[in-house]
Design a protein around this ligand. Structure first.
Ligand code: NAD
Length: 260
């Protein structure tokens, strides 16, 4: 149901973004990949998605902490797909765990740049064309940390709450135009972002990776992590006709975390 549409997914060289790219490609969308990683691995991923799902794909790198790279990402995406971006998934992100007193200000600023400024900038660039076409999907990969807090994650929690506010504001500005803006709020998903935290905890407690993982997953009443495709399939749903009236809202997939 997405054939002829083009999706730009930031941070799609790994984890959730990669899963979202595959889920949308499997529905027929052309994909603009972005993110860091090994050049050969990225080429393999981008070529395989093109072949496996019979869609057009391209990779446009760039560091989302840099305003000029964000602009170049959009400009280059448009050169490849002159019809414009129909689906924008603001997904790129990273975590830094540290007590507030020791939290480096430059890391805070970088986190804001990737997870708040870049989504603002890309949405600003994409939304005009979406409105003109009368169809568009802006999906922000927020987090359960957009609704609840955890210790030593002040920057992440503030930013994820911020992106949920941005989602609501964009939804109101675009209401009635055929464009929707929604937030996905996963609990813990076992991607490299999660694995690093589990490894750090394992080191701290002198345990195994599984001990670290178990400790993190205490907040999930299910005791299980969310799988990447349990997030990406929801993103595909948000792109469907059935989700046309879902705008401004958050879709929470968290193993029961916020209900606890
Ligand atoms: P990941 O580390 O697997 O992937 C992150 C992606 O972002 C990578 O492709 C990376 O290259 C890219 N990226 C990071 N900094 C960038 C920059 N400056 N410029 C361009 N690209 C950059 O992590 P993930 O778990 O897949 O996270 C994706 C999103 O999901 C993030 O916004 C994260 O906050 C959110 N999220 C993750 C979890 C989880 O438990 N893994 C839970 C809730 C929300």
């Amino acid at each position: 149901f997405l054939s002829g549409r083009t999706a730009l997914i930031t941070g799609s060289t790994s984890g959730i973004g990669e899963g979202v790219a595959k889920a949308l490609a499997s529905r027929g969308a052309n994909i603009v990949f972005n993110g860091f990683g090994d050049e050969n691995e990225i080429k393999k991923l981008v070529d395989n998605v093109q072949k496996d799902y019979n869609v057009q794909t391209t990779f446009i790198g760039g560091d989302l902490t840099k305003e000029k790279d964000v602009q170049a990402l959009y400009d280059n995406a448009l050169s490849k797909f002159p019809g414009g971006i129909d689906i924008l998934v603001n997904n790129a992100g990273f975590q830094n765990v540290s007590p507030l007193e020791n939290f480096p200000l430059d890391v805070f600023n970088k986190m804001v740049a990737v997870m708040l400024t870049a989504p603002f900038h890309l949405t600003k660039l994409c939304v005009g064309n979406m409105k003109q076409k009368g169809w568009g999907r802006i999906i922000n990969i927020a987090s359960v940390h957009g609704h609840v807090a955890s210790p030593n994650k002040t920057a992440y929690v503030a930013i994820k709450h911020g992106i949920i506010g941005f989602t609501k504001a964009v939804a109101i500005e675009t209401a009635g135009t055929g464009v929707t803006c929604t937030a996905m709020c996963p609990g813990y998903v076992e991607t490299p972002l999660f694995i690093k935290q589990a490894e750090d905890i394992a080191k701290k407690i002198g345990g195994t990776y599984d001990d670290g993982k178990k400790q993190i997953l205490r907040v999930h009443p299910t005791g299980e992590p969310v799988k990447v495709d349990e997030v990406s399939e929801c993103v595909a749903f948000l792109c469907s006709q059935a989700a046309s009236q879902m705008t401004g809202s958050s879709l929470i997939v968290d193993g029961g975390w916020v209900s606890h």
